[in-house]
Design a protein around this ligand. Structure first.
Ligand code: MTE
Ligand code: HPA
Ligand code: MOS
Length: 811
């Protein structure tokens, strides 16, 4: 793996210093085990530990809930039920989800009561003594059942361009099919956790593993019947969120806070891995019916697709996730005639939610899978079909009407094709597969073009508080939540650069609604874009004032400086005028330099200037608010500028399949991304490799199983298989192109959080490539083999050995 960008800047680009690779601000405490997560908070005197009672059935009426025996256990402090919740409804888009079940559970794992006790032993005993009687009711468990029952959430959304129906009818070739994509668990290492403290002076302070402190604050306040100013939500860091803590942390925090308010004692609710997996929602399953029209060269002419997702029992973010899926059905490819329709289904599963990629991966899976089939149908290599259809000058407007600026896709394909020796390896694989003796191999290159911005415009805002201290060190507070991705380190780098100081001189403070209110979740990969820009605005306000003062001091004899005169009041006080400083000022190497106009440049150490500023009663702190400009997507029309820019990339994956077991090994991955000009190259590389491997789990081994009543049974690492170090690609070449043309975003960066995950789809298309070549060898003719996500070993084997399985099952 290269540790620095290897591609030279393009012609005409200004050469800027190498992007930094400062270590993550928590790296030392992570490796020494001293990083504090919610459940590492020291136990307070009188603190209570909480546990959940939930429905074992997908849908059931609560006939009786008797908690007397449970509450009689010594050490049990209280039980909370729906009757104790002031406002028993929450939700980010539709306010419709109860915090506690009132009469009817809509999914297995839906919480009906919380017990609080002085010890874990007492809690465990009390949970065993809960007497709940349920009447199991018919439930909707699949997308098909939901469609049949017209059980939907929100309205159907459509994005269209041209006339897909007419273009399909006229197309020389057509293919149709159904793509099935299943759920996946976030499998963050830290389960949902909250500790609530009733503060002596009134407000409730909640420490929550939330990606969205503001929403958590609001949901807690509503549940407790308090005004917002009586609740503070604090999020120091998460042991991974991956979207799973964007909404679903809020009700967990509310449950802990309900106990704290009732008892006046601190209350801790930390879910076990099993409870976490059973209670909380996953990546939305999707079922996509499609028809595609193309010509003999594999040029795409029309796409008509109907997407249905399983939203689970409540809306959560599913309608927004569906929108992002519709916005990514094109991925890297220009399709002249498109109609994509999306409808979220209401089922009796846990409410599904945000997960890295947020709908994008489903749209991309569709078109990348289609291209593999188109290529086989017309007898071309899939890479040629991709390169023919890729967005290019003249064909660079998406189906939702946004022009792709800074389109790197053709260059990325070209570069990776030669870097990964695609053609030679393709030939080698073709001939070894044809022999039918050695291991079965597949190769595929897919792309990503991920839109950066929340698709809901009002979420694209952030605020930051920058406190500069007189020794030249800085504390920054934003609404951003550090969940491993390194947002704090990036914000610190942006601030350090503005003041020309070392990154160690900047500390990003614990995220709290006390300092930053009305914030958006740290999501949509926009954490640094939004919060970094807000911090930069605060910095600019401070450096403007300091710049004026430096200009003023340049012309002032030393004995007239505020440090000599301010205490005595013997000189007039300098008042900062409007506008920029008369002579430009640079902040560099801990000093402030006023450009020379004719004479010598004037240089003053930053701490010295800060001291003079303080004595002149000039503020050296500020607050910045940033709102992303130029966004305008009309959800009803399905048209407009949905995104600020696109993070782009390509990856080629080679897989090896064991013909007898269907087991997959990823032999080699070559990955190339355009992340603009990274703020922190090392952190971005971590996001790229981590996101890719996380996605590999989703497309291969991660498979959720539910019992006949709808209760999740694969709720631990023994039954749910995430990638281990053994599963990572044997050869993993990852690199970034150096691109300084992204003027749309702070410092020319492009977001890295979610986009790399989508490149893992190349592993899935490589599996399909291998399976289809094997079927063709066995049957002597072309066969397009659909394989669901995840492409588990069992599914792969069933696809290769379809006749054998059919014969066995017919017995
Ligand atoms: N990386 C780590 N280590 N842990 C996480 O939880 N979440 C991902 C991504 N990378 C995540 C991560 C998701 S879903 C998003 S939206 C972004 O980080 C959020 O952070 P950012 O906006 O600062 O990139
Ligand atoms: N991405 C992530 N989270 C979100 C979004 C989005 O586009 N919209 C609302 N929440
Ligand atoms: Mo990420 S799915 O937007 O939290």
């Amino acid at each position: 793996m290269a540790d620095r960008p290897t591609e030279a800047p393009r012609e005409g680009a200004t050469v800027l210093p190498d992007p930094g690779s400062e270590p993550h601000d928590s790296s030392r405490t992570h490796v020494t085990g001293r990083s504090e997560y919610v459940d590492d908070r020291p136990l307070m005197r009188g603190e209570l530990v909480c546990g959940l009672v939930y429905s074992p059935y997908a849908r059931a009426r609560l006939v009786k809930l008797d908690l007397t025996a449970a509450c009689a256990v010594p050490g049990v402090a209280c039980a909370i039920t729906a009757a104790d919740v002031a406002r028993n409804a929450w939700g980010s888009i539709f306010v419709e989800q109860p915090i506690l079940v009132e009469q009817e559970a809509q999914h297995a794992g839906e919480v009906v009561a919380v017990l609080a006790a002085e010890s874990r032993e007492a809690l465990a005993k009390a949970l065993r003594r809960v007497h709940a009687e349920w009447e199991e009711l018919p439930a909707i468990r699949t997308i098909d059942e939901a469609i049949a029952a017209a059980s939907f959430i929100g309205v159907e959304r459509t994005i269209a361009r041209g006339d897909a129906t007419a273009a399909l009818a006229a197309a020389p070739h057509r293919l149709s099919g159904t793509l099935v994509i299943e759920a996946a668990d976030h499998f963050y290492l830290e389960s949902h956790a909250a500790v609530a403290y009733p503060r002596a002076d009134g407000p409730i302070e909640v420490h929550s593993s939330t990606q969205h402190p503001t929403e958590t604050q609001h949901v807690v306040a509503d549940a407790l019947g308090l005004p917002f100013h009586e609740v503070v939500c604090i999020a120091r860091r998460l042991g991974g969120g991956f979207g799973g803590k964007e909404t679903q942390a809020a009700p967990i925090a509310a449950l802990a806070a309900l106990v704290a308010k009732r008892t006046g004692r601190p209350a801790r609710l930390v879910l076990s891995k099993d409870d976490d997996m059973i209670v909380t929602g996953k990546r939305n399953p999707f079922q996509i019916r499609y028809e595609v029209g193309f010509d003999g060269a594999g040029m795409l002419l029309a796409l008509d697709a109907q997407l249905h997702s399983d939203g689970g029992a409540y809306a959560d973010l599913s309608t927004a996730i569906m929108e992002r899926a519709l916005l990514h059905c094109d991925n890297a490819y220009f399709v002249p005639n498109v109609r994509v329709r999306g409808q979220v289904c209401r089922t009796n599963h846990h409410p599904h939610t945000a997960f890295r990629g947020f709908g994008g991966p489903k749209g991309v899976a569709l078109i990348e899978s289609i291209i593999e089939d188109v290529a086989r149908t017309v007898g071309c290599d899939a890479l040629d079909v991709r390169r023919r259809n890729v967005y290019r000058p003249g064909h660079d407007v998406t189906h939702f009407g946004q022009k792709i600026e800074d389109n790197c896709l053709p260059a990325l394909f070209e570069s990776l094709e030669s870097r990964c020796e695609y053609r030679a390896r393709r030939e080698a694989i073709r001939s070894s597969n044809a022999a039918g003796t050695g291991p079965l191999r597949g190769l595929s290159m897919t792309a990503v073009k991920f839109g950066i911005a929340f698709t809901t415009r009002f979420l694209n805002q952030a605020n930051a508080l920058v406190n500069v201290h007189r020794d030249g060190t800085v504390q920054v507070s934003t609404g951003a939540v550090e969940m491993g991705q390194g947002v704090n380190t990036r914000i610190a780098a942006i601030v350090a650069e503005r003041f020309g100081i070392a990154i160690d001189a900047v500390r990003v403070m614990t995220t709290s609604t006390e300092k930053n209110a009305n914030t958006s979740p740290t999501a949509a990969s926009a954490g640094t874009d939004l919060n970094g820009a807000a911090a930069a605005k605060a910095c600019e306000a401070i450096t403007r004032r300091l710049g004026h003062l430096a200009n003023h001091l340049r012309g002032l004899p030393a004995d007239r400086w505020p440090s000599r005169t301010a205490g005595l009041g013997t000189a007039p006080e300098f008042v900062v005028p409007e506008g920029p400083p008369p002579s430009p000022v640079r902040f560099e190497r801990g000093a402030v330099i006023v450009e020379a106009d004719g004479g010598d440049a004037f240089e003053i150490p930053l701490p010295r200037l800060l001291g003079e500023a303080y004595l002149s009663r000039i503020s050296i702190c500020d607050y910045g608010h940033f709102a992303t400009p130029n966004l305008g997507f009309d959800k009803e029309k399905g048209q407009g500028r949905a995104f600020l820019y696109f993070s782009q990339g390509v990856a080629a994956s080679e897989v090896e399949i064991d013909r007898r077991t269907g087991e997959v090994k990823v032999r080699r991955v070559d990955l190339l991304m355009d992340l603009g000009r990274p703020v922190n190259h090392a952190l971005d590389m971590g996001q790229v490799t981590g996101g890719f491997v996380q996605g590999m789990g989703w497309v291969t081994t991660e498979h959720l199983f539910y019992d006949d009543h709808g209760l999740l049974v694969s709720h631990s690492p023994s039954t749910y298989k995430i990638p281990s170090v053994q599963d990572t690609p044997r050869i993993f070449n990852t690199d970034l192109v150096f691109n300084e043309r992204n003027t749309a975003n702070i410092r020319g960066t492009k977001a890295s959080g979610e986009p790399p995950l989508l490149l893992s789809l190349s592993v899935w298309t490589a599996i399909r490539d291998a399976v289809m070549s094997e079927r063709e060898r066995l049957r002597g003719e072309l066969e397009l083999v659909p394989i669901a996500i995840p492409a588990t070993a069992e599914r792969i084997l069933r696809a290769i050995e379809r006749e054998t399985f059919a014969a066995i099952e017919a017995r």
